[in-house]
Design a binder for this molecule. Structure first.
Ligand SMILES: Nc1ncnc2c1ncn2[C@@H]1O[C@H](COP(=O)(O)OP(=O)(O)OP(=O)(O)O)[C@@H](O)[C@H]1O
Length: 249
């Protein structure tokens, strides 16, 4: 499985967010997509899932340039995104059923996967009969994750999956993701939680000022573990030193 992004560009009202991005993803990659607030990570993921229309660029999926509705790619996707939150009027279980029907998941398979996923991610599966509008932030994230995973997607795109999860739930998710990696599956995780990214990612992509500042293996990024992942990122992003001159503090 191969997904190639060629010369992808996107601007909003004259502000260039993605400037001729070139990336080649392959099955087996677990990619940590990192960068400052506003760097363009969500925009990049939304271009892949066809929620944002790029100004230029091509997606090439398994050797074929994608045009039109891009169904060949969409059928392989599992997505966790704040832009596509689980439908609040549905109960958790009905939301999973909705995802299952959309993707044509057969009933026995649906029952098995939905029960096992929810038992894994939720402490109290009784919540699944309640409306998502009554869920906490972490519960919404968990039902979104269950929905993204229900189809066992070949391409799993997770936008800030760890944000809002308690530490125990993060551990569950990390162990799940470690087990999810396969030679025919691609996982892309946009996140600010570098320590969690370090536990699951095999490859790191740093997006900054509309371009890719780093694309390589995690061990290369941390100089074979001799650098802390945070320090390695600071080196690349070269943060400006800001003085704390608040005379009212
Ligand atoms: N619909 C939009 N209209 C105008 N500008 C937008 C829109 N969506 C995103 N932007 C701008 O594009 C830039 C990149 O936003 P994006 O959400 O992709 O960043 P991000 O890296 O995901 O940020 P964060 O880490 O804060 O989630 C920001 O400057 C943002 O204001």
């Amino acid at each position: 499985m191969e997904l190639i992004i060629k010369e992808l560009s996107k601007s909003y009202q004259g502000q260039c967010v993605l400037d001729s991005i070139n990336l080649a993803f392959r099955g087996g990659d677990v990619v940590g997509l990192v960068g400052k607030n506003g760097a363009g990570k969500t925009t990049f993921l939304n271009c892949l899932i066809d929620l944002v229309k790029p100004d230029a660029g091509d997606l090439i999926f398994n050797g074929e340039r994608l045009t039109g509705d891009r169904l060949a790619l969409k059928r392989t996707l599992g997505v966790l995104s704040d832009v596509l939150p689980p439908v609040p009027e549905f109960s958790g279980f009905d939301y999973l059923r909705f995802v299952g029907i959309l993707h044509g998941v057969e009933e026995t398979t649906f029952q098995k996967r939905s029960q096992e996923l929810t038992a894994f991610f939720f402490d109290d599966t009784g919540a699944l009969t309640k409306k998502i509008s009554t869920y906490s932030t972490g519960m919404i994230k968990k039902i979104g994750l269950c929905g993204a995973l229900l189809t066992v997607p070949s391409i799993l795109l997770l936008d800030e999956p760890f944000a809002g999860l308690d530490p125990l739930s993060v551990n569950q998710l990390i162990s799940f993701l470690k087990n999810y990696q396969r030679a025919d599956r691609l996982v892309i995780i946009a996140s600010h939680d570098l320590n969690y990214i370090q536990e699951v990612a095999t490859r790191l992509v740093v997006l900054d000022e509309a371009v890719i500042k780093f694309d390589g293996g995690l061990s290369e990024f941390t100089a074979n573990g001799t650098k802390l992942i945070n320090d390695a990122l600071f080196d690349i992003l070269a943060p400006k030193t800001k003085t704390m001159a608040f005379d009212w503090l």
